[in-house]
Design a protein around this ligand. Structure first.
Ligand code: PMP
Length: 383
């Protein structure tokens, strides 16, 4: 059996309830939401509402579940905010560790007159929130932060960043792709204006679905990126301005909604705190095992309290892509190598252009998996 250490890309396996509920929806329910009023359609509507409620609880959002928008994924959610909010002449701040899901939309917006600056991060990928202040401009209209890096696993102090944003009246968009379901994410405490999550990583659901949580005042000002039929206000050709309909045009991903709702029910049962304890134990084991290994550099913090279980290793004098291949062929270990859609993160960490081999852990990763990875790393570095 292969050892799956690519949870930062997507979680695997999923709790069995996820596939079971998706199958149940496809074979026994079939109806869409917000359009028809017969029994199965109402059932689908209730499942959708329950999903929104679970998202709010898991992500520390005390507002109304109508403001938990369901999207086509994390990238879609980020685009909805970036493209719906920033206008020519606006300035945006991002950390030096952002994923291309933020940077590519921003580069396109830059062609239309949006400007941006990167807040520097140290060699471990961490940002000092005080470094935000000198970069603020009168036209700064958004700050975007990857809560956890998909390259180094470093977790930023979102609460401190949120506080600075609040003090300066700048909306704060948090990309919680790598932290949601792995460590506490608290919309209200962090002072977010918007928060995005994918369904398929630490939140244990299927691909093709994600969430966008919006503070009410921000939601009011945010333009929808996609408009169309909502099943509501059908007398008019104007997009409704109430939520979630303002941001949810088109028939939603109902199999995904059923699967994700089941995943979040499972996660609420397990609790994110228990996942965090599990991750911390695995991280501590991996880090102490790495201490005895030379010939490899860890990019990212050594303190488990400052990170999630995403470990980028640079194998000295070796081609990291070949190392990734050997890990699978010789040891049955599945990892990801390369630049992980975040070139500037690698520049910050000193691992550009060679990239790294990324080992990432999840709820179903065991201590034995970690030990097998450590043995393989030791064998590969010995050559
Ligand atoms: N941001 C971060 C920090 C990520 O790790 C990822 C996924 N690698 C994304 C954004 C994009 O998420 P998705 O591919 O699920 O849309």
């Amino acid at each position: 059996m292969a050892i799956y250490l690519d949870s930062a890309a997507t979680s695997f396996p999923k709790p069995p309830q996820v596939a079971a509920r998706m199958c149940e929806y496809l074979t026994q329910v079939g109806a869409t939401v917000n359009r028809s009023v017969y029994g199965p359609a109402q059932e689908a509507g209730l499942v959708t509402l329950t999903l929104r409620e679970r998202l709010c609880r898991i992500l520390g959002y005390g507002g109304r579940p109508t403001h938990a928008i369901l999207t086509g994924g994390n990238t879609a959610a980020l685009n909805m905010v970036l493209q719906g909010w920033l206008k020519p002449g606006d300035h945006c701040l991002v950390s030096a560790m952002e994923h291309n899901a933020v940077m590519r939309p921003l580069i396109r917006l830059a062609e239309q007159g949006v400007t941006f600056d990167r807040i520097p991060c140290d060699g471990d990928g961490r940002m000092d929130p005080d470094d935000i202040l000198p970069l603020l401009k009168p036209n700064t209209r958004l700050l975007v932060l990857a809560h956890g890096s998909n390259v180094s696993g470093s977790v930023q102090d979102a609460e401190a960043v949120g506080k600075i944003c609040r003090e300066h009246g700048i909306p704060f968009l948090l990309d919680a792709a790598q932290t949601a379901g792995h460590c506490p994410v608290d919309f209200d405490r962090f002072g977010c204006s918007a928060l995005t999550v994918p369904g398929h990583k630490g939140l244990l659901g299927p691909g093709g679905i994600g969430g966008l949580l919006l503070a009410p005042a921000f939601a009011k000002e945010l333009d929808p990126l996609i408009t169309g039929g909502t099943g509501s206000a059908s007398h008019t050709e104007i997009q409704p301005d109430f939520l979630p309909d303002k941001f949810e045009a088109g028939t939603p991903n109902l199999p995904g909604i059923y699967g994700w709702e089941a995943a979040l029910a499972y996660l609420e049962d397990v609790t994110v705190e228990a996942v965090r304890r599990h991750d911390l134990a695995l991280m501590t084991r991996f880090l102490s095992g790495l201490d005895g290994v030379s010939g490899v550099r860890l990019a990212g913090p050594r303190d488990p309290a400052q990170r999630v279980g995403v470990f980028s290793l640079d194998f000295w004098g070796q081609d990291n892509a070949l190392v990734g291949d050997r890990l699978e062929q010789e040891f049955g270990i599945l990892t990801r190598c390369g630049l992980h859609c975040a070139p500037n993160a690698h520049k910050t960490l000193g691992t550009y252009p060679q990239g790294t081999v990324r080992f990432s852990f999840g709820w179903f990763t065991t201590e034995e998996d970690v030990d097998r990875a450590l043995e393989a790393i030791e064998r590969i570095t010995r050559r």
